[in-house]
Ligand binder design. Sequence first.
Ligand code: ZN
Length: 497
Amino acid sequence: MSGLLIAGGRVVDPESGHDGIADVAVADGKIVAIGSGLGSADRVIDARGLIVAPGFIDLHAHGQSIPADRMQAFDGVTTTLDLEAGVLPVASWYRRQAEQGRILNYGAATNWAFARIGAMIGINEESSLEAFGRAMRDPRWMDNISSPSEQQNILERIAAGLDEGGIGIGILNAYAPGAGVQELTALCQLAAERGVPTFTHIAYMANTDPKSAAEAYIRLIGYAGATGAHMHICHFNSSSKTDVERCARLIKQAQAQGLPITVEAYPYGTGSTVIAAAFFSDPEFERRNDTRYEQIQLVTSGRRIQDREDLLSAQSEDPSQLVLWHVLDTENNARHRDMLDLSVLYPGGAIASDAMPWSMPDGSTYTGDAWPLPDEATSHPRSSGTFTRFLRHWVRERQAVSLQEGIAKCTLIPAEILAASTPAMRDKGRLKAGADADVVVFDLDTLTDRAEFSAMNRPAEGVRHLIVSGAPVIANGIMDVAARPGQPVRRPFGAAA
Ligand SMILES: [Zn+2]
């Protein structure tokens, strides 16, 4: 007898290629068997007519809180990781998550930007969006080359984070574009020595040289080749923007030569970040990015930025306030749709949301327990609709990839990106006896994202059941608001590294 039986669903497993009707038996947080006639169970989920798949694994999620987890749960996510930014210090962050309880499995990389903030301007606050914004008032950590002693200090902070179980190194290079190649090389050498991936928001994103996205990718390819570090490219779509064809060619060629480079993307043409991000400050921002200031929109007020002067004053007023950057007009522009396809359908690439925290009108981050979320909470539609949007539009409506392939991009592919360095991921992203019981049960016919830029906090629809570490979080489309089954994902730590 097992604790839980998911009965009669269409079981799709991207590792084995299995796609057929079967039961899935779960006990003690693990899948114990898949097949038929598996005996009785304490609880039976009727999955007839529904898809049963591994829970989605999000490599790029900045929310990391109860409300963010709940919105992602309805998007089919069972494991949510902040790898692009990461956290610092690492141990205390994991301790805090365990104390407060989490709904989804969680984890984070070691945060290079905060190592720089600590080493170069002496601010040693724990990483957070607010602390990030405050640190941007002193641009030295963003603009300057580190001195030899500062570089040493940065590397020591990163090494400590890895010792504490951080899942690789998050490199927000675009936020500190002044960092030199020598420092980045040393950082990647450390990653290679420890056998951990790096997760990079590339240094530059302009369409034109110098400091173009192409230049930044050439550097990233160089770090992979010259150090052997696994370079994971975050949000390939929003980093490459309208120059994505050139950038995809570069990355494909580098991968074809065996370099350890991986890719993720999210299925929206609009990005989001803090307003003080260094790339907005470029005096030639409009020309070099093929964009206009009006394409930048403040998240909480909805107001559009008018010009450079307006941007600079908004930056100094509240550096950490969140903005949307409407880059690709996928509604009205067929070429822009093709550009997004290149990122989202990139062969072997993962789908990852870049989910943002939920903000209240006063700009504070909402971390409370209300469900549904407060009406006035804002973020970005990707924080609640990434995976369902991808499966609805690219898999069901357009059949641009098969269901099996589409599910792999949400499960097995992200798990494999981490598997070499984080053994815990080898038990995720697949359905088989012995794997973690992280399971999503959804109705492919009705599955859809519902969040829009005018209504961001609408949960997605179609996820009927969600099992996290063996425990139901969503049952018959309804969230169990008391459930906190989320477990930490981290690298082995405490032993001599
Ligand atoms: Zn980013």
